[in-house]
Design a protein around this ligand. Structure first.
Ligand SMILES: [Zn+2]
Length: 143
């Protein structure tokens, strides 16, 4: 898990591809016209893949955040070794699950932003590659 190295320019799609390859379990992204009063993203865990359905009617930046949030759930499940059994479609999680997913989503976002800044300000040829996982800390209940 520590080998994850997002490439530049940061792409959520590429991140999901790489993550899927590493886990041996593909992550499919599906843009969909979700109803406006429903959730922005839905994670569907199938037997051999995870499908992230995200709202089509919003900005690219928001879509990236939705996808990262769901990726956060996937990573949190992987790290905890817990996974909803069988084919499960979930839009609602416990507060703890939501917090873990948001922490992971914002960590990935922060890493991506600081990585692009560093590359830009130092004019590096070789992208600086931090491991997103190295900086992931899942808090243990104490808020
Ligand atoms: Zn969530």
């Amino acid at each position: 898990m520590r080998r994850l190295t997002p490439k530049l320019p940061f792409s959520v799609t590429a991140l999901c591809d790489e993550l899927g390859e590493m886990r041996g379990r593909p992550i499919m992204l599906m843009e969909w016209d979700l109803s406006a009063d429903g959730p922005f993203g839905v994670l569907i865990s199938r037997e051999h893949e995870d499908v992230i359905v995200y709202q089509a009617k919003t900005t690219k930046a928001h879509q990236a955040h939705i996808i990262l949030h769901e990726v956060g759930h996937i990573i949190a499940f992987d790290l905890k070794g817990e996974r909803p059994p069988g084919e499960v479609e979930r839009t609602c999680y416990s507060d703890r699950d939501e917090r873990d997913a948001e922490i992971i989503a914002s960590t990935i976002m922060y890493q991506a932003i600081s990585m692009s800044r560093r590359v830009r300000s130092h004019g590096l040829d070789e992208p600086w590659r931090p491991s997103v996982y190295n900086s992931l800390v899942l808090t243990d209940g104490a808020a």
